[in-house]
Design a protein around this ligand. Structure first.
Ligand code: C5P
Length: 314
């Protein structure tokens, strides 16, 4: 079983099912710049992959089918608007193979929650189909296809902690000494629309009602290097938080409840409504999650750690 066998295996593809696990993301820093002519905002962000996962299984078939179970899947379209289906089609088109695969998704990442659940499924579909079909693309080639599917998709191929620029699709890893951070994730009832959150931020800014923009990621990157959760806590920031709070005022109570329970920092994840809390250690995270679960400020509170790898087979 040498390198040549490996190459052969890649060309042939896998005969059996390919299972891929893909994490959720939070933004430790989400600096939103001006609206561009293409309808996107320029971002300065630090992505961080956390240990809440969707699992996608790809099997050989003679057509393209997606089935699902788990978190909120009754509301998800199973047609060509679904990002996992679009990802499979995009890869097939790029590699010149028929888009034949049976995909089954087990969802734990909430829908429209600000944790990039849809983007995660697209990243998982790219990695799974690449292995099943034996198309053998490099991670960079996959990330190129990923960028066309959504701004967060390239990051979910890579995982870890990474800097995102452009509209978020240009990703470079943040090299830090290995540290595991402990988080509590408060999942809300119902989702928030990402385009609506960006539009609300534009509206608040025009009305002079938004906080000053976060700008550069330098402070956050320096904080990550110090490996002290209290230092990291002081550097977390999200320009979309004002917009999420304007759209869902009850989130202010969720954020406060986390701090009252001993979180070092509380922040809205991406465009919300999921809130994330930084804990000093794993025990504190367990305790904060238990308190949030009984406080009636969220549908579900879970602990997670990060960084974790992106979409991976196994
Ligand atoms: O890239 P993605 O399809 O996930 O983006 C969804 C929507 O979020 C975009 O259509 C846009 O309205 C908004 N968005 C933005 N600026 C970004 C990323 C997303 O305005 N950098």
């Amino acid at each position: 079983w040498g390198p040549d066998d490996d190459d052969d295996q890649q060309r042939r593809g896998a005969s059996g099912p390919v299972r891929v696990r893909v994490p959720a993301k939070v933004n430790l820093h989400l600096g939103v710049g001006p609206l561009r002519r293409d309808g996107y905002h320029e971002l300065n962000t630090v992505y961080h992959a956390i240990s809440i996962y969707d699992e996608l299984t790809a099997r050989r078939g003679d057509t393209l089918i997606l089935t699902m179970e788990g978190e909120g899947t009754g509301e998800l379209a199973l047609d060509d608007t679904n990002l996992a289906i679009r990802a499979a089609r995009a890869l097939a088109g790029y590699a010149g193979v028929p888009p034949h695969v049976r995909l089954h998704l087990r969802k734990q990442i909430p829908l429209a929650g600000g944790l990039a659940g849809g983007s995660a499924d697209a990243a998982a579909a790219l990695v799974a189909c690449d292995a099943l079909w034996g198309t053998g693309l490099s991670r960079d080639e996959l990330a190129g296809i990923a960028a066309d599917l959504g701004s967060d998709v390239p990051f979910l191929i890579h995982g870890g902690t990474a800097l995102g620029t452009g509209r978020g699709e240009a990703v470079s890893p943040v090299l830090a000494r290995p540290t595991s951070w402990h988080w509590v994730v408060a999942i809300a009832d119902g989702g928030l629309s990402t385009p609506a959150a960006y539009a609300e931020l534009d509206r608040l800014r025009e009305a002079g009602a938004a906080g000053p923009p976060l700008g550069s990621t330098d402070g956050l990157l320096a904080a990550l290097r110090q490996r002290d959760p209290r230092v990291l806590a002081a550097s977390l920031g999200n320009d979309l938080q004002d917009a999420a709070l304007a759209m869902r005022p009850s989130l202010a109570g969720t954020l406060k409840a986390g701090e009252a329970a001993g979180a070092l920092a509380s922040i809205v994840s991406g465009s919300g409504p999921t809130c994330v809390f930084l804990a000093a250690n794993a025990d504190d995270a367990d305790r904060i999650a238990a308190e949030l679960a009984t406080a009636g400020v969220c549908r579900q509170a879970r602990t997670a750690h990060g960084p974790v790898p992106g979409a991976r087979i196994g």
